[in-house]
Ligand binder design. Structure first.
Ligand SMILES: Nc1ncnc2c1ncn2[C@@H]1O[C@H](COP(=O)(O)OP(=O)(O)OP(=O)(O)O)[C@@H](O)[C@H]1O
Ligand SMILES: [Mg+2]
Length: 385
């Protein structure tokens, strides 16, 4: 299928071809031609559709799985209709648990070091900056069983380990304790001593303030958990590590700030939005059919609203993804500048407080700023373009 991205069409072919020596991850198919010189073929280099067929002589290269290759030569570089890109097979691509996720390298190392030591970690950051994704990726990277628990439904201190439910048996009702994900993980970790478990308590600032005290003895030196179903203290096995996530900022209704004694039980790690270029790369690889210039405009808006010292708006990566998701839909493949602006405004202002046309609100300020930013960001596609 031809690539309809406007900025790509304008760049000369030679600038769009890969350089010999460049390395990519590709997925091969077997060449369907009989007795081929090239035993493997592929259509993409990384996330991008290649300008010519990608070919490889090495029949030992596996098909249908991600593999690493190095570009050896590009034949007929001036013809868009003929020639191929020859690559050498280097080996299978390692599955990177952090693939597709931007994490500041120092933050990643620090997080993994705390996990290795068994220290509870509090991930703190604005909405949609990757806290939950980071916790899961780190669990995979350090070979831990990942156990997710959402604290927003916690009302009582006991709710962390078990919840009281009504059961009907032979027409009679009785109450019984059902273990939560944390309660089940405690049991499992006590048996599977050779595995490590990460219990990820998401949205810790959404549970009732007093209820939060229920996990304090789990996190401090005493490492015990009150089990309401047996009315006894359970020891927390050494192979369990606790990570919690909270939103920061004053824009979160339904949240309560952790008190200092609660925070003191954690190593606090601040997580922030990816830098603009990193977010652009993430979106390009997730939405390969969206015009690069449109992705640049979306990320430019997000980065400016987040970092402008007078605004400091929490523009979630979910918002930038939402715009790209729509742009990747058939119905929006030919989106013009006005439509792009409307999509960005809807995704960003819709998540902020106030009315878009009221400049005294966050949404209104963002709306005006979006118009200004887009006026300065060329997208090379006007109405009907
Ligand atoms: N740093 C990032 N790198 C790549 N993708 C990201 C990043 N941050 C957020 N995303 C994407 O945004 C979405 C939300 O991410 P995630 O749930 O991890 O954020 P969060 O900080 O936990 O959000 P919340 O504050 O609402 O709990 C996911 O689809 C995720 O892939
Ligand atoms: Mg989260």
């Amino acid at each position: 299928m031809p690539d309809s991205r406007p900025d790509r069409c304008r760049r000369p072919l030679k600038d769009r071809l890969p350089h010999p020596g460049a390395e990519y991850v590709v997925q091969f198919d077997a060449n369907p031609k009989p007795h081929p010189e090239f035993r493997r073929v592929a259509s993409h280099l990384g996330a991008r559709r290649a300008e010519k067929l990608v070919v490889c002589r090495d029949a030992s290269a596996p098909v249908g799985v991600p593999v690493r290759v190095r570009v050896v030569a590009v034949s007929r570089p001036s013809s868009s209709a003929r020639g191929h890109i020859e690559v050498a097979y280097l080996g299978r691509a390692e599955r990177d648990p952090y693939a597709g996720l931007y994490v500041d390298p120092f933050t990643k190392r620090r997080f993994e070091a705390h996990l290795a030591a068994g220290t509870p970690v509090l991930l703190e950051g604005p909405q949609g900056c990757g806290k939950s994704s980071l916790a899961e990726a780190a669990a995979n990277a350090t070979d831990m069983v990942f156990v997710r628990f959402n604290a927003s439904a916690v009302l009582e201190t006991t709710d962390f380990l078990a919840t009281l439910q009504l059961a009907v048996e032979n027409g009679a009702t009785r109450s019984l304790w059902l273990r939560t994900e944390i309660g089940l993980a405690l049991e499992r970790a006590a048996v599977e001593r050779d595995r490590r478990f990460m219990v990820f308590i998401d949205e810790l600032n959404r549970c009732r303030e007093l209820a939060r005290n229920g996990i304090m003895p789990i996190l401090d030196g005493s490492r015990v958990a009150w089990d309401p179903s047996t009315a006894a203290w359970l020891p927390v096995p050494k192979n369990m590590v606790f990570v919690a996530a909270v939103n920061i900022g004053d824009g979160f209704t339904g949240t309560t700030a952790l008190d200092l004694a609660q925070v003191d039980r954690f190593a606090v790690i601040q997580v922030d939005y990816p830098p603009r270029e990193a977010e652009e790369q993430i979106l390009v690889s997730r939405f390969p059919t969206v015009a690069a210039a449109h992705i640049r405009a979306v990320t430019q808006v997000a980065a400016t609203l987040r970092t402008d010292p007078e605004l400091r708006l929490a523009v979630s990566v979910r918002a930038t993804q939402e715009v790209c998701q729509v742009l990747s839909d058939e119905r929006f493949r030919q989106a013009n500048d006005e439509e792009l602006a409307m999509l960005i405004r809807a995704a960003v202002c819709g998540r902020l407080r106030g009315a878009w046309d009221d400049p005294s609100t966050e949404a209104g300020v963002a709306s005006t700023k979006i118009t200004e930013i887009l006026a300065e960001t060329p997208t090379r596609r006007r109405r009907g373009g």
